[in-house]
Every structure is written in structure tokens, then in C-alpha cells.
Design a protein around this ligand. Structure first.
Ligand code: PHE
Length: 432
């Protein structure tokens, strides 16, 4: 049996988990969902969904991962041998690959924009830039291919060398750049309307669909319900603190989403772009900001799309790693073969998404609004009802040395609130 690798330390764990969480979900998906779902009211529902539903699920997944020290399938076999829970393990091998297929398409858009930035294409008129790109068949296909190849390449380097080193450098850079863009964006004429849009809630906009979308986005953004956090937590050492890793990851993740929102919405209003535009929103709005910044815009756009690309890659590798860990540990495949086979299969699905926006939307809805919450419920039920309370306490309190006071609250959220909450959101969305 091959010795499993471990993440190097506390910072490395948080960085890797935050690296998985922070990605296109924050920068691409969050702002356009805010635009489609009525602005500030959606933001508030989203924050509540993160705290009450997503965070407990994060901890549940991490408990399973670290307790078992296994991939998703092996974890179920170890912690609940001979039961049907193993099917949950298998579902969570398939779901991240489905997600990766269209994620890689959007990652390809980022590749394309990075190249555009390098050839100074954001200087001058940028209106309709995304529409032209997406209308061509080949460009998105080629960039999807490039993105998938990069993802597979990093996975081939292995856990510590590939994932860990990558995440440590680029996250802080991304943070600085977005803050800069927010500040610049606020100086654009008409930008304050966008700020208002982000902070003044119109509660009449909230309905079952909006709540379900916010919940789905919380899962998507925190990488939940598809075994990613489980797999990463399986590389966590025993002394690491699951509760605080979860809190930090969620906090950073939320911060990046809000920053992206505040970078995009003011410019949307300044440029007269429709907030409801959908998946292309960021890819229309950011070029507008950059085009207004002159040469500074040229430099910032290169750095920005580079860091977006890295952020997307630190998420996509975490998606691919779930399946690779499964094949290596359960099927005895080597890492190379597992990576290549899964990347190729996922690439084919991604081609379908790239060619058809209907398939793209279908996969996206299926993953974030159904599969992820579904996986999330099962993880919480597993930890809340199947595992012994002593084991769960042991993981969450590091053998009774930490988090002792908040353990009852976390346990309550995992056992009752999160599963019930998700079911309620599910049902009300179905019925409406
Ligand atoms: N959280 C990632 C993002 O926001 C996407 C992701 C989802 C990654 C699920 C892994 C698992 O971009």
C-alpha cells in the first residue's frame, strides 16, 4: 500500500481548502447570480445559507474525510462497512466530474481572456466582446482543452508539490488585485447605483427559487457535497482544527465573493450593462473597467486574468482529485492513468457544454441545485446519525482539547438544522 501524502501544516490546509473554494464560483458565478436574483436581497440570503447550511456541511465532510483518511468511496467503506452508504461514495465520485466538465469550459473563457489581456485587446471599445467570443465555435473549444490539460498536468505532479505550492502564492495576489479594481470601479460615473444595488435589499424579490439558488451557490462556492472537502480533509493531519479551518475557508470565500460583487456591479451600472445578463456578465463588465483604465488597465488585466486562472485551477484540480484518489486507492490504478482517463472523459462532456448552452445550463443546474445539496444532506446525515457522537466529537474537538464549547452548537447544526433546512428549500422550490 502506497503511503498517503499529507498537507504540510495549518496554513497549507487552509490555503488548499480556500484554493478549492475560491474560484470561478466567486468571480464568475456569484456576481451574475446576484444580478439575476435581485441584488442585495440575494446577497443576504446567500450569507445566511453559507452560515447555517453550508458551514455545517463543510464540517461534516471534513469529519468524514479526516476520520477515514480515505477517498469518498473508501471513507464510507471504512466508517460504515457493509452498508449502502458506499453508494454515496460513488455518487460523489461522479458528481465532481460532471461539475468539472462545464467548469473547465468557463475556465477556458478565463484562458481566452488572459490571452486577450496579453495582446492588449481590452484597450479601446470592448462592447459585445463576450458575445463575439462565445459565438465562435473553435475558440471556446480550444481554450476548454487548454484548461483541462493544465488541470490534469497539475494533478500529475501530486498532492504536496502540485496543489500546495500553487495555492500559497496566488491567493494573496488575487486579493490585492480585486481590492484595487473595486476602488477604481467606484470612481466610474454612475458606479454608486451598483453599490446601492449590492447593499439595499428589496425583500419582495425573495421567493423559493431565489432561496434555492442562493443555497446552491453556497454549496458551489464552498466546494460542498461532491466529496472535494472530504478528500482534502483526508490529507489533513490529526492536530489540525476542522472547525477553524472551516470558518476561515468560509470567511475568505465569502470575502472574495463580496469583493467580486463590488468589483462588478458598480461597473455594470456605469457601463449600462443589464445586471440580469447571465453567465457572460463578468466577461462583459471587466473588460469595460480595464478599457477605462488606459495602460494601467492593460497591466492590471494581465495580472487579474492570470490570477483568476490560477484560482480556477486550484478549484478544478480539487474536482479532479476526488476521482483520482478513488481510482488510485480503490482500483489500484496509478496516478497517471487515473488522471488521464478522467480528464479525457470529462473533457468530452465539456465539449458538449461548450457547444450547447442548453447542456451547459442543464449541467450547472443539476450540479449546484440538486446534486450538491443532495450530497450535502447525506454527508450531514452520515455524521449526525450514523457515526457515533464520540467519534464526531473527537474529530471536531481534537480529542476534547479544542472547540469544546461550540461543539454542541455545531453538532446540532449538522444533525438537525442543515438537513432539515436543505429539505425545506428543496421542497419549496419543487412546489413553486
Ligand atoms: N468552489 C469552486 C469555485 O467557487 C468550485 C468547486 C465546486 C470546486 C465544488 C470544487 C468542488 O469556483
Amino acid at each position: 500500500m502506497q503511503k498517503r501524502e499529507n498537507f504540510g501544516g495549518r496554513l497549507a490546509v487552509i490555503m488548499a481548502m480556500a484554493g478549492s473554494a475560491i474560484g470561478l464560483g466567486n468571480i464568475w458565478r456569484f456576481p451574475y447570480l446576484v444580478g439575476q436574483n435581485g441584488g442585495a436581497a440575494f446577497v443576504l440570503v446567500y450569507i445566511a445559507a453559507c452560515a447555517l447550511l453550508a458551514l455545517p456541511i463543510f464540517m461534516a465532510e471534513a469529519v468524514i474525510g479526516r476520520r477515514s483518511g480515505s477517498n469518498t468511496f473508501g471513507a464510507m467503506q471504512k466508517l460504515a462497512p457493509g452498508t449502502r452508504w458506499k453508494w454515496l461514495g460513488l455518487v460523489t465520485v461522479g458528481a465532481p466530474l460532471l461539475l468539472l466538465s462545464y467548469y473547465s469550459v468557463v475556465g477556458g473563457w478565463a484562458v481566452d481572456y488572459f490571452m486577450k489581456a496579453c495582446s492588449f485587446r481590452f484597450m479601446g471599445d470592448t462592447s459585445g466582446i463576450f458575445g463575439r467570443f462565445i459565438a465562435s465555435t473553435w475558440e471556446p473549444l480550444i481554450t476548454h482543452t487548454v484548461f483541462m490539460a493544465l488541470t490534469a498536468g497539475i494533478i500529475l505532479l501530486g498532492v504536496t508539490k502540485g496543489i500546495e505550492k500553487f495555492t500559497k502564492i496566488t491567493m494573496p495576489m488575487l486579493f490585492v488585485l480585486i481590492v484595487g479594481i473595486v476602488i477604481y470601479g467606484l470612481t466610474l460615473p454612475g458606479a454608486w447605483k451598483g453599490v446601492e444595488y449590492m447593499v439595499k435589499p428589496d425583500f419582495s424579490k425573495i421567493d423559493a427559487r431565489v432561496v434555492a439558488t442562493a443555497m446552491g451557490q453556497a454549496f458551489f462556492s464552498l466546494s460542498l457535497g461532491v466529496g472535494t472537502i472530504l478528500t482534502y480533509a483526508s490529507y489533513m493531519r490529526k492536530e489540525e482544527n476542522i472547525v477553524s479551518s472551516g470558518n476561515y475557508t468560509a470567511l475568505f470565500d465569502l470575502l472574495f465573493a463580496l469583493l467580486a460583487g463590488f468589483a462588478v456591479m458598480p461597473a455594470v451600472f456605469a457601463a449600462g450593462i443589464q445586471p440580469e445578463e447571465g453567465a457572460g456578465l463578468v466577461f462583459d463588465t471587466l473588460p469595460y473597467i480595464f478599457s477605462r483604465m488606459g495602460w494601467a488597465g492593460a497591466v492590471v488585466s494581465i495580472l487579474f486574468f492570470f490570477s483568476i486562472l490560477i484560482a480556477a485551477l486550484t478549484s478544478s484540480i480539487s474536482l479532479l482529485e476526488v476521482g483520482v484518489a478513488y481510482l488510485v486507492e480503490e482500483k489500484g490504478w496509478n496516478r497517471r492513468r487515473s488522471t488521464l482517463v478522467l480528464a479525457l472523459g470529462t473533457w468530452v462532456l465539456g465539449v458538449l457544454c461548450s457547444l450547447s448552452s442548453v447542456i451547459f445550463d442543464l449541467f450547472d443546474q443539476l450540479c449546484s441545485n440538486w446534486l450538491m445539496p443532495f450530497g450535502g444532506i447525506l454527508f450531514t446525515l452520515f455524521v449526525g446519525w450514523k457515526m457515533s457522537k464520540a467519534d464526531v466529537r473527537n474529530e471536531l474537538t481534537n480529542g476534547g482539547t479544542r472547540n469544546r464549547r461550540i461543539f454542541p452548537l455545531v453538532y446540532f447544526l449538522i444533525r438537525y438544522l442543515a438537513p432539515v433546512g436543505i429539505v425545506v428549500v428543496f421542497l419549496s422550490n419543487l412546489l413553486s
